[in-house]
Design a protein around this ligand. Sequence first.
Ligand code: KG4
Ligand code: ZN
Length: 345
Amino acid sequence: MATILSIETSCDETATAIVNNRKVLSSIVSSQIDLHQLYGGVVPELASRKHLETINSCLDRALDESGLDWGDIDAIAATSAPGLVGALLVGVTAAKTLSLLYHKPFLGIHHLEGHIYAAYLDQPELQPPFLCLLVSGGHTSMIYVKNCGKYEVLGTTRDDAAGEAFDKVARLLELGYPGGPIIDKLAKKGNPRAFKLPEGKISLPEGGYHPYDSSFSGLKTAVLRLVQKLQTQGEIPVTDIAASFQATVAKALTKRTIKCALDYGLKTITVGGGVAANSGLRQHLLTAAKEYNLQVYFPPLNLCTDNAAMIGCAAAEHFDRGHRSDLDLEVRSRMNIADVMQLYL
Ligand code: KG4
Ligand code: ZN
């Protein structure tokens, strides 16, 4: 049962945490949303500079809130891939420095493995194998979780990620950034059946559709055309559009996830990434899973979007298995989750 101090700085959240195995002892998330909102998306150079300004106070707060001191920490972990290189460098350099200073092992963690581990937090009974639907701002993947460090990607998106689709639709509705939480809130007041929107399917050359891959760019374009048409007719029914869009995404993801779990004989499904917080997806997936006698685990709401507790949870398991990273480990902007074991000696 390892105690890990963990750092996450892959995008626009400076996050630190202290985790004991699957238990969160402290979790600090300093969001940069206000900074990037002005530009409608994350500006990498601004993100790195802000991480640098914030990281030390986030580390102090994580230790303070946990009530622990350095002597209680077994290892130090940081997200090392994938993500914005300058942003990742801040967290990884802080982790390596602390590791040298306090003579603690250092572990680099794959950001998506962190999102997978978010579902483990406070769920002592959850064990692999299971299917993880990973839906974030940058990824939409169906991952077969065989064990710690052993992953197979069974499905992906051919264009926009699920979270990206929420962000783009929110932008075209002029609702602000990030779009997911705003659309989720508005969707609760709208009619999900008001507009019929295309779910997005990937055709196969031999006929039929790819069962686990998704595509959201057609859906986004359909919303754009709908908005342009409605604009000529008067006021835009934003809540109905939000509800119809959200229900379409939720249905598309649910259908593929259930089929994939059944095809692979997996009885358990977990969800990870920012879109795992979406109320429409939660509702659709839980209802469908019940019908097929499948178990679904969602992370706690505050641990769906980027945080360091999920990174610490993944690190605790790697640490227990004896995995350690070299202090020369480099950050990487891209890295397939199937290659995570490359992070360890
Ligand atoms: O996992 P995350 O924090 O960052 C990445 O690793 O990408 O995910 C951020 C994404 C954003 O696109 C945001 O709009 C979306 O997750 N998101 C949501 C909700 N909360 C965050 N999407 C739908 N419904 C939500 N409640
Ligand atoms: Zn993320």
